[in-house]
Design a protein around this ligand. Structure first.
Ligand code: ZN
Length: 725
């Protein structure tokens, strides 16, 4: 059967042959019962004309019913709904396996995740319910977005992009660029096999979230891809690129780069090879035969099955992208976690936690760089201290409605995996991850599935661990209340507290004595406990978990000052020089102000700063403003660790007087609990670091030379408790 297109809004009621009055969609009237269906297989064919932003597509969907109900008895009409981009019109629709009729479209409400974008719902009426059928849908239209409108300074992702075809590039991801059936919310989600065939686009190289299929390509004369395992959708992108190819063991590596990015080819290929060598022994073989890095025309660092899509700015970071942990390594590991093993949408998103653990953090462990590994663990714990109580939601709510934010999803999540690996043993943990790759690539996995593979690997129950760290919120507020040594008994008695709710913990304690130090681990399961440790040498002092192996709530005054502190709280001042201000500084001001309400921000310029203006406000002091007498007095009163002089600045007894020197420094603000005072000062305009990079430095102090960091410091406050005797 074949039906022509009927596209105008047809919200009016129509009368069906059976005599039922139906209205479509949001009118709230009765409609034919909807059959919940999902695609088991999907074949997409597209032709694109970038100059005209045009797409002509044909999709064949093999649908299966996923509501689990028995078929209604008799010949009762049911409806089937498809979602498609609002700018794409269906020109032809055929069914096979059921008699059906295209009924038209209904407008839908924008989804929660995107206030602007709502796909259009197309309704197909079927004479009766069936368990499976095949749909043939032809459609066309223009896909164009104002790319620059979604670019936000200091943000890594332009999240407004949905579906765009232009000469600068093609991006077809989650914008319903091919029809998707609507399933009941309660239906178990299924993954499908996808085939994509695209007419080559002169001037642009295409990449898809699947593997090339040379046989199909030869048959059709078009480019062809096939997914290596079941997935939840297809992504097609393209750009004015050259393709550079290499192989590593069983994996073909493709780089889609602009000609101007040719200098990065070698570094990127080395980085992919290095990460495959590093991680395959730990987490199992790379789950496909191809991996691509694709340059993108808008701000992005996205991971899709078999490729990562990185904005030109990110690729042009060069060595920083290739070697810094949490960058390219993070995107590559999403090929396993998130895009190989899929996050079960019925539970929270675990893939960012696991990927952050294995790359942003564990990358340093693999380097043997314990100093930076500790720094990451410390910063993960410190982040929680500034979290508002109402935002302290369980990790398993990440990416769910009204769920926790990225801080919990990534940082706490990474620490939870660190604690899990410590609990079951690092080797057992990696064995569990290999098991997960073996069993779950091309399938959904939930937190319970992770628990199961870890329990089986370690042979112990992790019920309590997952209940307190994944399903529950918060963290213990650990502290050593007192430490007493009894030399007759040779025992050290520690009074430990953790507040409520209580966690079952293994708490590391670092004990210092005249001859050196000793590390012990003590159990704690209640809010307050006195614990006795046998010790033959008289101790001098103790420190609780100095290496941050236990995720805990750190008091505000112990959090290391970084720019995040200056973006905390409810009042903010920016101090600038009078007259014209360098663009980097005004950009930085707007990035910081985004953390506050408009009425919480003030701007002051040199020479017109009232007394007390900064006393109770987080402050960002930029450039020459440091020389204002009020500012200079304020900085000296708070014992700001950098001194500004005629020639430049001084830190730690060293003068930095070169015209290329600049300093970014944050000190704790004594008048704002948990807040900070940040100064960015450069000896010349050309030395000012790029505004968008400034918030990325999670350090108290960074000294730059020619915009590259040459010295990094953290001002850390340690709680060392003296032992009473
Ligand atoms: Zn990620």
């Amino acid at each position: 059967m074949s039906f022509g297109n009927r596209t105008e809004s047809r919200a009016a009621a129509v009368v069906m042959a059976a005599g039922l009055v139906v209205a479509l969609g949001s009118l709230g009237c009765v409609t034919a019962p909807r059959l919940s269906m999902q695609a088991e297989r999907c074949r997409i064919e597209v032709r694109m004309d970038p100059a005209a932003h045009r797409l002509v597509g044909r999709t064949v969907l093999d649908l299966v019913r996923t509501d689990g109900d028995a078929l209604p008895a008799g010949q009762k009409p049911v409806s089937l709904e498809l979602l498609l981009h609002p700018d794409l019109k269906i020109t032809q629709l055929q069914t096979s396996g059921a008699r059906g009729k295209y009924r038209g479209t209904v407008k839908t409400d924008p989804s929660d995740e995107d206030a602007e974008f709502a796909p259009r719902k197309h309704v197909v009426l079927l004479d009766n319910a069936v368990d499976s059928l095949t749909l043939f849908v032809e459609y066309q239209g223009e896909l164009f977005q104002d790319v620059s409108a979604g670019e936000v300074l200091g943000e890594i992702h332009n999240v407004t992009m949905r579906a765009h075809i232009g000469e600068e590039g093609i991006y077809l991801a989650d914008g319903y660029w091919y029809p998707k059936p609507v399933a009941d919310e309660g239906a178990d989600p299924i993954l499908g096999d996808y085939v994509l065939i695209a007419d080559p686009v002169p001037g642009l190289e295409l990449a898809a979230s699947a593997q090339r299929d040379p046989v199909l390509s030869a048959q059709t004369g078009w480019l062809a891809w096939r997914t290596p395992y079941p997935v939840d959708g297809m992504v097609l992108v393209g750009g004015p690129h050259e393709i550079h190819q290499a192989t590593h063991n069983h994996v073909a590596i493709n780089l889609h780069l602009k000609p101007s990015q040719a200098a990065h080819v070698e570094g990127l290929i080395d980085a992919v090879r290095r990460n495959l060598d590093r991680y395959e022994p730990l987490i199992g073989p790379y789950p496909a035969e191809e991996f691509a890095i694709v340059d993108n025309f808008f701000s992005s660092g996205f991971a899709f099955p078999t490729f990562t899509l990185l904005s030109s700015d990110v690729i042009n970071m060069g060595k920083r992208l290739q070697t810094r942990h949490g960058m390219l390594d993070h995107e590559i590991l999403h090929c396993w976690w998130g895009n190989g093993v899929h996050v079960d949408p019925r539970d929270g998103n675990w893939c960012e936690a696991l990927t952050s653990y294995a790359t942003n953090y564990y990358g340093y462990v693999l380097d043997g760089d314990e100093e930076n590994a500790r720094r990451k663990r410390r910063n993960y714990a410190h982040f929680l201290g500034r979290l508002k109580p109402e935002d302290d939601k369980p990790l398993d709510t990440f990416d769910r409605e009204d769920g926790c934010g990225r801080g919990v999803g990534y940082k706490k999540g990474a620490m939870v995996f660190h604690m899990l690996a410590r609990k079951i043993g690092q080797e057992n943990f990696w064995a569990a991850m290999r098991r997960m790759t073996e069993e779950y690539v091309g399938a959904y996995a939930s937190w319970d599935d992770i628990r199961r593979v870890c329990e089986e690997s370690a042979g112990l129950s992790l019920e309590t661990f997952f209940r307190q760290w994944v399903r529950g919120n918060g963290a213990p507020g650990l502290s050593v209340e007192s430490a007493r040594y009894d030399s007759a008994d040779q025992t050290l008695t520690l009074a430990l507290s953790q507040g409520e709710p209580t966690f079952e913990l293994e708490v590391p304690i670092h004990i210092t004595h005249a001859g050196g130090s000793r590390d012990v681990v003590v159990p704690l399961g209640t809010a307050f406990e006195e614990i006795t440790v046998p010790l033959e040498i008289a101790p001098i002092s103790v420190e609780l978990d100095p290496d941050y192996h236990v995720f805990r709530k750190v008091p505000l005054e112990d959090i290391i000052p970084t720019t995040a502190g200056t973006r905390y709280g409810s009042s903010f001042a920016c101090v600038l020089r009078a007259g014209e201000v360098q663009e980097s500084y005004t950009s930085l001001q707007s990035i910081f102000q985004r953390s506050f309400e408009e009425n919480e921000c003030i701007t002051r310029t040199v020479g017109s700063i009232e007394t007390g203006a900064l006393a109770e406000r987080c402050a960002l002091i930029l450039g020459d403003a440091v020389h204002d007498p009020y500012v200079a007095g304020f900085l000296s009163a708070i014992e700001f660790p950098v001194r500004f002089t005629e020639e430049g600045f001084e830190f730690d007894g060293v003068t930095y007087a070169d015209t290329g020197h600049a300093v970014l420094c944050t000190a704790a603000h004594p008048g704002v609990a948990g807040g900070g005072v940040t100064v960015l000062y450069a000896n010349s305009d050309g030395a000012i670091p790029a505004a968008r990079t400034v918030p990325m430095y999670d350090r108290s102090l960074v000294i730059f030379k020619n915009r590259r960091p040459v010295l990094r410091r953290d001002f850390e406050h340690r709680r060392i408790v003296q032992v009473e005797r």
